[in-house]
Design a protein around this ligand. Structure first.
Ligand code: FES
Length: 95
């Protein structure tokens, strides 16, 4: 069996399901409330972006929980590639 056999296919499918996918190429501007706990979608599959709706089940990816340290507008990452989760760091400009 070569490298492209069924086992390779299985491995590739597993890898794909373990990866975050961009929900949108740009941030979501949302209103946060100081002291409130939020679950930012890290997998990109939620239908309630930028927040988790449980669609990550089976991906091996978990949401990023955070508590807002102030009330106001925030730009939460939509491409899911930020290095400053849950906030946009501009990475969407290079993905
Ligand atoms: S739906 Fe994406 S992390 Fe939960």
């Amino acid at each position: 069996m070569g490298l492209r056999g069924p086992r390779h296919q299985e491995t590739m499918e597993k890898r794909m399901s373990d990866q975050a996918i961009p929900a949108q190429i740009g941030p979501y501007q949302v209103e946060l409330e100081e002291g409130k706990r939020y679950f930012w979608c890290r997998c990109g599959r939620s239908q309630n972006q930028p927040f988790c709706d449980g669609s990550h089940k089976g991906t091996g990816i978990e949401p990023h929980a955070f508590v807002a340290d102030s009330s106001g507008t925030a730009n939460l990452c939509g491409c899911k590639q930020t290095d400053d989760a849950p906030f946009c760091d501009g990475t969407h400009n290079i993905v």
